[in-house]
Design a protein around this ligand. Structure first.
Ligand SMILES: Cc1cc2nc3c(=O)[nH]c(=O)nc-3n(C[C@H](O)[C@H](O)[C@H](O)COP(=O)(O)O)c2cc1C
Length: 432
């Protein structure tokens, strides 16, 4: 249905117009009683074998929607009803910004790719909070945060902290987007100093909270391997929880689209099929260097169930889709989920056969994805345990305050154990 009718219609429009129509449609469906239930019935696949626990959160399935699709958190419940196990909203900046002049998103059908230079267009923190105040209904929401384009790089940490503080109670996890928002390259933003300058105030703020919110760092695929290693080492040395790898690439290598068309399009990040191999390589490198014990969200060029399988085998715990979803449509999530169930059933059957053959005493399967991967003892684990203890000591009803307004940069980030509400049906402090 999507490939035959809807895709040709949407692809006849500019990509931004098509996106606006889809978002309007989803919001409309969300307003109709039973609308989300119907979407769920048509598209979502549920099965215990898909469930897994990553950074203390229980996911119904490991397939999420990548940042950039629901930039303002307008339709995360409807998108989850389409079958996603989680939705990453944003990138959100403190103030609204209109981004780069249009046209700024381009399809490359010959390469099954998209180039974008949106420039982090979004409606800002206040508008996002208005959307996130609605009940999440069990949807796992990641907030992807970035700095305003007009904020100088040396003041970037203020923007991140402001977003983190004000969104803390609404997000299940955070992704810190350090990739630069315009045509610049990553040289300046993927340094250890720059990353720590952004992350440390967030760790400090989190230490004073009674609920733990995992912090992920989203990285560029254009880093040389030494930089990938340096960024991975930050995982090992700080309470950073994990890495989202990767954003779109500036590379134009190996594309079928003509040089002339590419020159006409100009700058921007490319996502889609040409990115698959590099994204998988980076995830494998991070996984290996970090000893396979830190959560990784694999994203980049995941167009088919096979791509997702390769990403999980490289060490990703969760995956996210963007360009693949545009090209393949809403059926892709279900297709991936069904193939993951089949893989897991095969694997379990294989384990059972081996155990019977060896007549070994029963034991847990070694690759059980439903177990948390982080080992106790990492800096992030220590902080999560501390947050859980702090929260457990606070009565639930005291733990449900709503902030009256957006906190400003000047307010202290050391308000110890500021109460935060139980959301999404989970108890405060208890990771799902
Ligand atoms: C139109 C568009 C907008 C995007 N906006 C964002 C964004 O605001 N923040 C972000 O971290 N990534 C953004 N991304 C990057 C995606 O989240 C993803 O990392 C990248 O496209 C690679 O995945 P893919 O190959 O599946 O598209 C955007 C991608 C596209 C295509």
């Amino acid at each position: 249905m999507y490939r035959q009718f809807i895709k040709p219609l949407l692809f006849s429009l500019s990509i931004e117009r098509a996106h606006r129509i889809v978002m309007l449609f989803l919001r409309f469906v969300g307003l109709i009683p039973g609308g989300r239930w119907l979407l769920h019935k048509c598209y979502a696949v549920e099965h215990p074998l898909l469930e897994r626990e990553v950074f203390g959160i229980r996911f119904k399935n490991p397939v999420g929607l990548a940042a950039g699709f629901d930039r303002n958190g307008e339709a995360y419940r409807e998108l989850a009803a389409l079958g996603f196990g989680f939705v990453e909203i944003g990138t959100i900046t403190p103030r609204p910004q209109s981004g780069n002049p249009r046209p700024r998103i381009f399809r490359l059908p010959k390469d099954r790719a998209i180039i974008n230079r949106i420039g982090l267009a979004n409606r800002g923190l206040e508008a996002t909070i208005r959307h996130l105040r609605r009940p999440h209904d069990g949807v796992i929401v990641g907030c992807n945060i970035g700095k305003n384009t007009s904020t100088p790089v040396e003041n970037a940490s203020n923007d991140y902290l402001k977003l983190f503080r004000n969104l803390y109670q609404y997000a299940d996890y955070f992704t810190v987007n350090i990739s630069c928002d315009n045509a610049c390259r990553e040289g300046a933003t993927h340094t250890r100093e720059h990353i720590l300058r952004i992350l440390e105030p967030l760790f400090d703020f989190r230490r004073g909270q009674n609920q733990y919110r995992p912090i992920m760092l989203k990285v560029s695929p254009d880093m040389p391997d030494e930089v990938v290693d340096r960024v991975t080492d930050i995982l090992l040395e700080t309470p950073l929880d994990g890495i989202v790898a990767v954003n779109g690439t500036h590379s134009r290598e190996g594309l079928q689209t003509s040089r002339t068309s590419l020159e006409k399009i100009g700058n921007g990040r490319l996502g889609g099929a040409p990115l698959t191999q590099r994204a998988v390589e980076i995830v494998r490198r991070i996984h290996t260097r970090s000893g396979g014990t830190y959560p990784i969200i694999g994203v980049g060029g995941l167009m088919t169930p096979d791509d997702v399988r390769a990403m999980l085998e490289a060490g990703a715990d969760l995956v996210q889709l963007y360009t693949g979803y545009i090209y393949e449509g809403p059926g892709l999530v279900g297709e991936i989920c069904r193939s993951l169930i089949a893989d897991e059933e095969r694997r379990q059957a294989e384990v059972a056969r081996t155990q019977t053959a060896d007549t070994l005493p029963s034991q847990t399967a070694s690759g059980d994805q439903s177990q948390p991967r982080s080992e106790a003892g990492s800096p992030a684990d220590e902080e999560r345990a501390a947050a859980a203890t702090a929260s457990d000591s606070i009565p639930a009803e005291e733990n449900t305050a709503q902030p009256s307004s957006i906190e400003t940069d000047s307010e202290s980030s050391e308000q110890k154990a500021e109460p935060t509400p139980a959301r999404n049906g989970r108890e405060p402090g208890k990771q799902a």
